[in-house]
Design a protein around this ligand. Structure first.
Ligand SMILES: *[C@@H]1O[C@H](CO)[C@@H](O)[C@H](O)[C@H]1NC(C)=O
Ligand SMILES: *[C@@H]1O[C@H](CO)[C@@H](O)[C@H](O)[C@H]1NC(C)=O
Ligand SMILES: CC(=O)N[C@H]1CO[C@H](CO)[C@@H](O)[C@@H]1O
Length: 509
């Protein structure tokens, strides 16, 4: 009884006081609302211009195409390049006057996504044996870098070229310091690492793997292995690495077998990869890393005036039979398709003279098959894009370049492996796609092909620019990780800068 009594009187008191409190809070709330409205005009509590906009992800489809780099004169591919991430702010809103620095570049404050965001990249001056030395270039004078005004060193041709992103990105950074080279400017090299968004490690790991993996009789280990070991020692002892635990570093490992040793030591960095096939998810994953295209080995189809009816082959595949995982689907598909008269399905990898044959084959086919091999990705997809041959992708674990801003379903057909091997499924699917739909995809292929084109000097919207922009979209996440890392920085980092404990994927961030 006593208990019940006291609790009910308490209830009365608290109900009264709650009412008072509520009235007081409401009055304050209304008052502050009123004051805020007066001070910010109509925007309400929060000045929206201070919030980062998610608009970098937007894909324009309105012909109103200001490209990502506002500085550039005219987006050279105009409104055809609908996947260029754009700033939609332009439609209607008032332009803010742009503040410029001494060099005429638009000044940005860090909260303002409104102006031209150029990725600032600090590049280590690694000895030339890590980069152009691997291309047989010899350093002249004091510099570890070639003078691109004098001569541009060549990258070895043939199939090596598929993984040559290391070369194109490094050359673009070098060119950013040479006045008068006309190039698109998504990234610039800066000499002061404190001012950089990211730290670039210019090791040409793919060519190192391709050329120097063999152990010569007089050597204990291969050059690719000893270079990787030296690289890890060098990088992890730099102040830039120690400052961030490597989280703001960019490491190139496009060949799936490159950096076999170093990846286990440098996993905190952002990797630029062809796919994640040979990585465990705690070493590389789509959250942390960037997928870059292969450089296609087949000739671009310039001035393509073909059409649905003028491409005689329905479906084209040329590739190796694999013994590993992907091999099963290839075999099955081969037996399913080999008797279709308008299908070209041949085993055998594309070698030197095969390239021009394959070019011809892809240029005269409506659809081109991409089946997972011993890795989920292959350059065949990029050959198909360059040929405007609509890719049919059978690779459940494939990761695609810039997929955060590019909708591949507009120009590729994706088929699950489990469906593809069902009787007649694939051939019926491909035959069901008629002229109109095919023509739309073909048209779109011609619009996007530039995103996969590597060249020097790099041009607006090409692969080099798209890769830099993909890196730039990860900069906020990098900053978060670096700041978290610094919480305990007063206690120092491990002596050699290598963090041994590799986290599980769930607490990676
Ligand atoms: C590098 O940049 C930082 C931050 O802007 C600045 O404090 C420092 O003085 C610069 N160092 C040099 C050598 O210019
Ligand atoms: C494509 O057409 C352009 C202009 O019409 C021409 O300058 C160029 O040489 C052609 N390219 C090829 C490979 O035919
Ligand atoms: C460290 C590293 O990547 N080593 C590789 C160098 O190339 C040989 C031969 O292909 C590989 O077996 C090594 O793993």
């Amino acid at each position: 009884m006593a208990e019940k009594h006291s609790s009910s009187s308490l209830g009365v008191i608290s109900r009264k006081s709650m009412f008072c409190l509520f009235s007081l809070v409401s009055a304050l709330f209304i008052l502050s609302w009123f004051l805020m409205l007066r001070s910010t005009g109509s925007a309400g509590f929060i000045d929206l211009s201070l919030l980062p906009h998610p608009k970098l992800n937007s894909v324009i489809d309105n012909g109103n195409s200001a490209s990502w780099n506002r500085n550039d004169v005219e987006p050279s591919i105009g409104n055809r390049a609908r996947a260029i991430p754009v700033d939609n702010e332009g439609d209607g809103g008032e332009e803010k006057p742009q503040e410029k620095d001494d060099l005429g570049n638009v000044k940005c404050n860090s909260f303002d996504n409104n102006c031209n965001q150029v990725l600032k990249v600090f590049m280590y001056d690694l000895p030339s044996e890590f980069h152009f030395g691997l291309l047989d270039w010899k350093p002249q004078g004091g510099s570890v870098w070639p003078d691109l005004r004098a001569k541009v060193p060549a990258y070895p041709g043939g199939l090596n070229l598929q993984h040559s992103i290391e070369y194109w990105l490094t050359m673009d950074l070098l060119a950013s310091e040479i006045p008068g080279i006309p190039r698109a400017g998504s990234a610039v090299r800066v000499q002061n690492s404190s001012e950089a968004d990211v730290i670039f490690v210019p090791f040409f790991s793919s060519i190192s793997y391709n050329r120097y993996s063999k152990v010569n009789p007089h050597q204990k280990k291969s050059k690719n292995k000893s270079l990787e070991e030296k690289l890890v020692k060098f990088v992890t002892s730099q102040k830039e690495w120690r400052r961030s635990g490597g989280r703001d570093h960019i490491i190139l490992a496009h060949h799936p077998n490159s950096m076999l040793y170093a990846r286990m030591k440098l996993w905190t960095a952002m990797f630029i990869l062809a796919d994640f096939g040979r990585y465990s998810p705690n070493i590389a994953n789509v959250g942390k890393d960037v997928i870059a295209p292969y450089k296609h080995v087949i000739k671009s189809y310039a001035n393509d005036s073909s059409n649905f009816d003028s491409r005689p082959t329905l479906l084209y595949f040329q590739g190796a039979i694999y013994r590993k995982d992907g091999g099963f689907a290839r075999q099955e598909l081969y037996y399913a398709l080999k008797d279709e008269k308008d299908v070209h399905f041949q085993f055998g990898s594309v070698q030197k003279d095969g390239v021009s044959k394959a070019s011809q084959g892809m240029h005269s086919s409506k659809f081109c098959l991409n089946i997972a091999g011993d890795t989920p990705s292959s350059n065949r997809l990029f050959d198909a894009i360059a040929s405007h041959c609509v890719p049919v992708i059978i690779s459940d674990d494939i990761e695609l370049p810039y997929e955060d801003v590019l909708d591949y379903s507009q120009f590729c057909i994706f088929v699950r492996t489990s469906d593809a091997v069902r009787e007649k499924f694939l051939i019926n699917l491909v035959r069901s796609i008629k002229k109109d739909e095919w023509t739309r995809m073909w048209q779109r292929l011609k619009e996007v092909e530039n995103f996969f084109e590597f060249q020097y000097p790099s041009k607006e919207g090409d692969a080099v620019q798209m890769i830099w922009q993909a890196v730039a979209r990860k900069v906020p996440a990098i900053r978060l990780k670096v700041n978290k890392f610094r919480r305990f920085s007063r206690f120092g980092t491990p002596k050699d800068g290598v963090l041994r404990k590799i986290p599980s994927p769930s607490n990676f961030w």
